[in-house]
Design a protein around this ligand. Sequence first.
Ligand code: CA
Length: 483
Amino acid sequence: MMTLRESLRSLKIGREEGSDAVRDDLKATREAEAGIPEEGTKDLKRTAEYLVHPLKVSEEEMRLFHELMHDKDKESGGDVAKTTIPTFYKKLPAEDELLQQKLREESRALFLQERSRKLLDNDDIKDLWLLLDKHHTPPDTGDEQMIQYGDYKKVAEKCNPKCKQYFTASLFAKLQNGDPYGRVSIMALFNYIMRKVWLHQTRIGLSLYDVTGQGYLRESDLENYILELIPTLPQLDGLEKSFHSFYVCTAVRKFFFFLDPFRSGRVRIQDILACSFLDDLLELRDEELPKEAQEANWFSAPSALRVYGQYLNLDRDHNGMLSKEELQRYGTGMLTSVFIDRVFQECLTYDGEMDYKTYLDFVLALENRKEPQALQYFFRILDVEGKGFLSVFSLNYFFRASSCAIQAQLKSHGQEPVNFEDIKDECFDMVKPKDPTKIMLKDLINCGRGDTVVSILIDVNGFWTHENRELMVAETMEETAEV
Ligand SMILES: [Ca+2]
């Protein structure tokens, strides 16, 4: 584990080049592992239908079936091996089967060790770079060194056997970027391989925390992973030890909010590798990370302190939990009270109060309104009737609640009161649901304006911004003109 962690730290991965190709690969692997999603489920469904509606079998058919079976049994001489289905599934050992569990643990540890032995280490990587540099193909036209397919194959022959697997024809084709000589950039190739190595390494690293060995991490597994990662991230040096548990909670929540929207309590290691969160976390190895990058990164110390600080500020009575009234002051205090009420109805609370974890989901949803997972979060809250779609009734329910505040705001700006019928129509127009009377979650996600609709419904500011977009554009233009 030690060597893994160390090399992880010393590896600096180029994120730009080659990473698209890696993402394609990863997608292909995931699809393969998921067992070809579309087709596979169709078959499953077909089987299920068959089981629910068994075919009617005539007596004659039944008689023939038994006759043939009898003949077959005679042929095989009653051979048990031919008449029984071989074992193809071994169930996981139960909790009290200690010996089997130990055996499983041991074999997994050996497997992971074996996999990490096959990884390129830093010397291998350096050698690879030298080899690529030596075999680059002239002429040097741009800033980058390029390599032709023939030379590419030469490098494949000469390099460390552990490297060979990467030098495929399809990778060469993938890295084509319009070079007139059909060459590929050495840098892009090198970055691709580095990225692959990093992915394998991280996969092994994450698998070490996968206690059940089933390819996913539970909340506690991921907490342990991140807790042990903290000392390797210089950007987090300043965090006080007493804050570490809150930091871990804040970081883990982001993984679960986005990767486990159905709240199964676990995230797939494949999904962790495919999302960009680990990149964000590992960005914190950079001691000179600019301030803007730190602020934009959910996992940075300033960002975690900001979120936790807000929570503490909201908690007026210092009982460690947030009441409805306390949460109402979130942000600029413009979230409608009916929305806050619904949050408390739908989300996990304790005696009507919200803890830090539930608060983090709330913040993640509000700060990422465009993301499908956030829209799913809001959809559950907006679906007051629990019908699985938003009707005119649900929309009106939220409009009515905010109407007083909005009408007052409009009046104070000397404007005409709004007609909520129009706004409702506008919402439906933006979403363009398949069924014109029902907005499904899918419609809200696919329309690309879901965040606007949500903001109009839950946030007086959101409504205000939407309603006055033309006015604001004019004002901004005036301001710009003045400058
Ligand atoms: Ca409180």
